[in-house]
Design a protein around this ligand. Structure first.
Ligand code: SDX
Length: 426
């Protein structure tokens, strides 16, 4: 726990003449925080910050974002470095353990994940309970939550080894669960994991191979998918990670907590935006319509927003979007597909918006969701799977924060208060 070793305080002067000192805490980098934990006890007042625009909920060593600079660090490593020099499982190890693995640790970790990719066979019965037009995110929510009914030997959160096993099971099985959701929705047989393939190759094989013929892994696609998973792996205290932390703070088991995170990510303002971007680009349809949609996005009376634009933290270009734009160029070259139409439309929309005073003044830039859908679509993923891919990638971020919270002996159940504006006692 960060104590106020720098001995700096903020002074709060209240209307009744009372004033109190609040400790100011400093992190390694980034904004200082004012520790208000004693405020209610000393003043009988709460702070008020709907949406937590100015509120830090915890201490963390996992990820640091500098929104002004458009910088993203995982355990001190820049996201561009990781996307270029590491694999998703190496980044997963870094998020979980704080350092990149040496050769032996990397081998052991990859082997541990690879040998946990199969699901208890009974879990496949859950899929038959869904209608075939069920959204894969609904299936993911349900099946991941139901894992707590199967893996009783890894639900005791007080036991470090059980937490490790649950963490590995979730990272290993998410692609299997996601691929099964997709296969179920298109009426094709489930494809079992194959231990001779790496994480992303195995995911592509479970999604797109069929028993009737040999499936050739496209190396460009497998490499692009691995980078997409790295770019989506973690992002500080975003809505879904905060959901996982809050659910976990009550002592709920890890599978239930991750299911809650999946539910939060599904929203179009969060992870669901990648799906919403494609729908928006299809609606705009032609470069000549862009101006009219940009005007709609600026109109306060119009609920339309430019999906894939804007961010609570980034007031500069999302560094992940920059990497994704390069990946899009590689994949589209490989595919020479119609998707160039969507990509060209997206680049023109970005160009127009970034020269429009509304977007410039409000510092609205493309975020991670702006290009990711175009790449996934070019690789043959159906739109309904886009947020599922995000959830598969973010699982290691959620589980790293969950472990960090449990290991912090000072953490307690999260229980915000409110400003009551309802009826007086009557
Ligand atoms: C992700 O938190 C994370 O880290 C999330 C994420 C992660 O990795 O976990 O990065 C992943 O969720 C990325 C964001 C994906 N969502 C979208 O692309 C949906 C479109 N974006 C907006 O809904 C919005 O920008 C949010 C939700 C992302 C952020 O909302 P905020 O921080 O609450 O900002 P806001 O809604 O208060 O907007 C500030 C102003 C407003 O205008 P004013 O009221 O000040 O006049 O900017 C405007 C908004 O109207 N605005 C937009 C806009 N986004 C914000 N106007 C038009 N189009 C947009 N996209």
């Amino acid at each position: 726990m960060n104590d106020n070793k720098n001995n700096i305080f903020a002074k709060l002067q209240l209307p009744n003449g009372k004033s109190i000192k609040l400790p100011i805490l400093e992190g390694t980098v980034g904004p200082q925080v004012i520790d208000i934990s004693s405020l209610y006890k000393e003043t009988g007042m709460f702070t008020y910050d709907p949406g937590f625009t100015s509120t830090g909920s915890c201490e963390s060593k996992i990820t640091y974002i500098d929104g002004e600079k458009g910088m993203l660090l995982h355990r001190g490593y820049e996201i561009e470095y990781l996307a270029t020099n590491s694999s998703y499982l190496e980044t997963a190890y870094l998020l979980l353990y704080g350092n990149l693995p040496d050769k032996q640790k990397k081998e052991d970790f990859i082997n541990a994940i690879t040998t946990h990719t199969m699901l208890n066979e009974q879990i496949s019965n859950f899929y038959k309970g869904f209608r075939d037009n069920a959204h894969p995110m609904a299936i993911l929510c349900g099946v991941v939550g139901a894992m707590s009914a199967f893996y009783h030997d890894s639900t005791n959160i007080e036991n470090k080894e059980e937490r490790r096993i649950a963490s590995y099971r979730l990272i290993a099985k998410m692609p299997t669960i996601a691929a099964m959701a997709y296969k179920f929705s298109i009426g094709q047989p489930f494809v079992y994991p194959s231990n001779k393939l790496n994480y992303s190759e195995n995911f592509l094989n479970m999604l797109f191979s069929v028993p009737a013929e040999e499936y050739q892994i496209n190396r460009v696609f497998a490499d692009a998918l691995d980078k997409i998973l790295i770019l989506h792996a973690d992002h500080e205290q975003n809505a879904s990670t905060s959901t996982v932390r809050l659910a976990g703070s009550s002592g709920a088991n890890p599978f239930a907590c991750i299911s809650a995170g999946i539910a939060s990510l599904w929203g179009p303002s969060h992870g669901g935006a990648n799906e919403a971007v494609i729908k928006m680009l299809n609606e705009i349809e032609n470069v000549k319509n862009i101006k009219q949609y940009v005007e709609k996005a600026k109109d306060k009376n119009d609920p339309f927003r430019l999906m894939g634009f804007g961010h609570r933290v980034y007031k500069n270009y999302d560094p992940r979007a920059k990497v994704l734009q390069k990946i899009a160029e590689n994949v589209l070259k490989e595919e020479h597909k119609l998707e160039n139409k969507l990509f060209d439309l997206a680049k023109e929309l970005e160009n127009i918006a970034l020269h429009d005073s509304y977007f410039v003044e409000k510092k609205l830039y493309p975020n991670i969701d702006f290009y990711s859908g175009i790449i996934l679509k070019a690789m043959g993923f159906p739109i309904s799977l886009f947020t599922v891919i995000f959830a598969v990638a973010r699982t290691v971020g959620w589980i790293s924060h969950w472990n960090e919270m449990i290991e912090d002996k000072t953490s307690k159940i999260g229980r915000p208060r409110q400003l009551y504006i309802g009826e007086k006692p009557r």
